[in-house]
Design a protein around this ligand. Structure first.
Ligand code: ADP
Ligand code: MG
Length: 432
C-alpha cells in the first residue's frame, strides 16, 4: 500500500506568515497571520516584516498542526518557500523549516514561490470527489483555511470535519479582531487582525456565481490537463506560463517593467487609497463606468507585458485634472477605478488570448494575488465562453500568499524525491 504523505509547509516570503498541513493532495489546514504593521507606511517595510515573522511563526505552525489533527510524528517532510521574496522574511521561514526538519529527522523541501502560485490550482479540499464520482457529489467541502485569529478560537478542538464546518467564511474571519492570547503564548502582534482590505475585497462570490464548469473549487476536484497556460499575476509578477507538468514550467511572456499588481497598487496610491490598493480598486470598480476614461495601452511585441506607461498616464491625467478641479478624484473615484481596472484586464487578456492561439491550448488558468480580482475573473469567464476555453481559477484564499500552495508544491517534489540540504539558503530573486 502506498504510504500517505503528510507535509508541513511554511510560507514567509513577504508580509504573511503562513503554515499549512497537507495529506497527499488534500489540504488539512492553512493558517495565515497577516501583518498590519505595514499599513501606516503604504507598503511593506522589510525589517518590520521579518521581525513580525519571528513572532508569528511558532504560534502559526502550532495552530496549523492542531487544526489538521496531525501529530509531529506523522509528518513526512517540511516544505518551505526558498524564494523569491524579501530576504529577511524568507530567512525566518527557511531557518524554522530547517530546524523543524532536523529535529523530526525528516526531509526538507525547498519550494519556488512562483511555481507554488501555479500549483495552488491542484489543491484538493476535504470532501471533494473525483469527476467520475460526481453523480454522488458530496456537499461543499469543509473550509480548511483560516486566519490565525479564527484558528485560535477553537482551542479545545473537536474532530476536523466538525471543527471546520463551524468556522465562518474567510471574509468574515478576516474581519474578526484577533484574540491572540486565547490559544497561544504568542505576543499580541502574532495574531494581528488581517488587513481590512482582506475583508473588503473578498470576491469569492464571483467564483460561486460563475458557470459551474469553470470553477476549480467546489465539491468536484477539477484540475487542468497538461500542457496548460497559466496567467500568473501578482504584486511582483505578470507572466504567461506554459505548464508542461507539475514541476516543469516555461515562461513564454512576462512584464518588461512593472507587474499588474503594482499597477493596481501604485495607481490606487495616487488616488489616496490604502495599501495594497488592488482590492479597493476592485470594490470601487463595481460601482463605476469602465468606459469613462480611456487610458493608455502599451504596444509591446510578442507575449510580453508592460504596465509602467499606464501608471504614468494615470498619474499625469490625475495631476492635470486636479489642477482644474481639486475634488476630481473624490467625485470620480468609481469611474477612475473601473476604467483603470478595465485597462489592466484588457492588457492582460490580449496577450493571454494570443498565447492561447499560438500554442493552441484551451486549458487556461489564472493564479497569484491579482487573480482575486472580480473583474478579471468575470472577463476570463466571458472569454472562455467565446473561445471555448476550460478555465481554472484557484479558490480565493489560495490566490494570495499562503502555505497551502507551498504544501501542494512540496507534495509533488516529495513524490519525485526532490529534497533540499540543510545548507539551502533563501534567494530574493529567481525565476521558474
Ligand atoms: P506577491 O507575492 O508578488 O507579493 P501576491 O500574490 O501576494 O503578490 O498578490 C498581491 C497583489 O495582489 C497586490 O498587488 C494586490 O493589490 C493584488 N490584489 C489582491 N486582491 C486584488 C483584487 N481583488 N484586485 C486587484 N488586485 C488584487
Ligand atoms: Mg505571492
Amino acid at each position: 500500500m502506498v504510504r500517505e504523505v503528510v507535509i508541513l509547509a511554511i510560507e514567509s516570503s513577504c508580509d504573511d506568515t503562513s503554515a499549512a498541513v497537507i495529506r497527499n493532495e488534500t489540504i488539512l489546514s492553512n493558517v495565515v497571520a497577516s501583518q498590519k504593521v505595514h499599513e501606516a507606511y503604504g507598503g511593506v517595510v522589510p525589517e518590520l516584516a521579518s521581525r513580525a515573522h519571528q513572532q508569528n511563526i511558532i504560534p502559526v505552525v502550532d495552530v496549523a498542526l492542531k487544526r489538521a489533527g496531525v501529530s509531529r510524528s506523522e509528518i513526512s517532510a517540511v516544505a518551505f518557500t526558498r524564494g523569491p521574496g524579501l530576504l529577511g522574511s524568507l530567512l525566518v521561514g527557511t531557518s524554522f523549516a530547517k530546524a523543524f526538519a532536523l529535529a523530526l529527522g525528516v526531509p526538507l523541501i525547498e519550494v519556488n514561490h512562483l511555481q507554488a502560485h501555479v500549483l495552488a490550482l491542484f489543491i484538493r479540499e476535504p470532501g471533494m470527489t473525483d469527476r467520475a464520482d460526481a453523480s454522488q457529489a458530496a456537499p461543499a467541502p469543509a473550509q480548511a483555511t483560516t486566519s490565525l485569529s479564527a484558528a485560535t478560537q477553537s482551542a479545545d478542538m473537536p474532530p476536523v470535519a466538525a471543527r471546520t464546518a463551524a468556522i465562518p467564511p474567510i471574509s468574515a474571519q478576516s474581519a474578526t479582531p484577533a484574540p491572540a492570547q486565547a490559544a497561544t503564548s504568542a505576543p499580541a502582534q502574532a495574531a494581528t487582525p488581517a488587513p481590512a482590505q482582506t475583508a473588503t475585497s473578498a470576491p469569492a462570490q464571483t467564483a460561486t456565481s460563475a458557470p459551474a464548469q469553470a470553477i476549480v473549487s467546489g465539491p468536484v476536484y477539477r484540475v487542468p490537463s497538461f500542457p496548460f497556460l497559466c496567467l500568473l499575476v501578482s504584486g511582483g509578477n505578470s507572466q504567461i506560463i506554459l505548464v508542461r507538468d507539475h514541476l516543469h514550467m516555461e515562461v513564454i511572456g512576462q512584464t518588461i517593467d512593472d507587474a499588474a499588481g503594482e499597477a493596481f497598487d501604485k495607481c490606487a496610491k495616487v488616488m489616496g487609497l490604502p495599501y495594497p490598493g488592488g482590492p479597493y480598486i476592485d470594490k470601487l470598480a463595481k460601482e463605476g463606468n469602465p468606459h469613462r476614461f480611456p487610458f493608455t495601452k502599451p504596444a509591446i511585441s510578442g507575449l510580453d507585458y508592460s504596465f509602467s506607461g499606464l501608471k504614468t498616464n494615470f498619474l499625469y491625467f490625475l495631476r492635470d485634472q486636479l489642477r482644474e478641479n481639486p475634488g476630481f478624484i473624490e467625485q470620480n473615484k468609481a469611474d477612475l477605478a473601473a476604467s483603470l481596472q478595465k485597462t489592466i484586464i484588457d492588457i492582460l487578456l490580449q496577450k493571454l488570448t494570443r498565447a492561447a492561439k499560438e500554442t493552441r491550448i484551451r486549458d487556461i488558468a489564472i493564479a497569484g494575488g491579482v487573480s482575486a480580482n472580480s473583474g478579471l475573473r468575470n472577463a476570463i469567464q466571458a472569454e472562455a465562453q467565446k473561445r471555448k476555453w476550460n478555465v481554472f481559477i484557484p479558490k480565493f484564499e489560495f490566490t494570495m500568499d499562503n502555505a497551502a500552495m507551498i504544501a501542494i508544491a512540496g507534495y509533488y517534489k516529495y513524490l519525485r524525491g526532490e529534497f533540499a540540504g540543510q545548507d539551502a539558503v533563501p534567494y530574493s530573486r529567481t525565476h521558474l
